[in-house]
Design a protein around this ligand. Sequence first.
Ligand code: ZN
Length: 279
Amino acid sequence: MFLLTHNVLTVDVEDWYHVCAPGGAATVPPRQSWRVRLNLEKILALLDEHRHKATFFMLGSVAESDPDLAPMICAAGHEIASHGYSHRLVSDLTQQQFRDELQLTGRIIMEQTGQRPVGFRAPQWSLTEQTGWAFDILREEGYLYDSSLNPLPFVGNYRGSRTPYILEGEGSVLWEIPPLVTKSWIGNLPTGGGWGFRFFPFRTVCTAIEALNREDHPAVLYLHPREVDPDGPRLELPSLKRFVSYGTRTDAASRLSELFRRYKFITLKEMVYEWQHVS
Ligand SMILES: [Zn+2]
């Protein structure tokens, strides 16, 4: 089946050790263990094969460490947005630190690609309604959309909307574009990315996408480069966190290929421009 509503694949561009958890990497592992470029190349090849475009939320520190990555993504016609600089949780930052991270990452991406990011995603869904000041800063820094309010229990904003909306606040329009989830009696399930995308039956993911598309809403999927790297290194983490971060079914690539065959994918920026055009 091919539905006319567009969907979006988003990729949080970070390495295998960028896991927010007690016991996460305290220091950056040696360069020879980095896998982000290798895995990005796999994702870019897959997108190219199916002629889709995607949005890449780039971590400023990763872009700085390997200055070829952002130009490589940009040259393939994809969008580069911001994932902050350090991968620290927004809830752990002061307002000034949040602004500094945003500006620094924006500057790095601008210098490397000639384009300023207009979209933001917080590390590990750590921007919530409790850190609402961050939305004001995003507006002041010229951002058009945020994609951090994942409507999930525990790590997200579980009462949040499952479809895009305009965030309330002073100043310019700022869209919130939540990732895909599946409603269930125990709460929303993360079918749109991470462990849920790899774990639930493939049919469940497709059903969730098609349910949103039938209402003319996009499904927004999210992926980390480490998820197409079943043989990559792993941090020693508590078992639940290890499952959420790395396992099970560690290679998401075959599922992605199948989705790319079934649905149409564009960038979040294109989508927001379309909405602004019609509103
Ligand atoms: Zn991240």
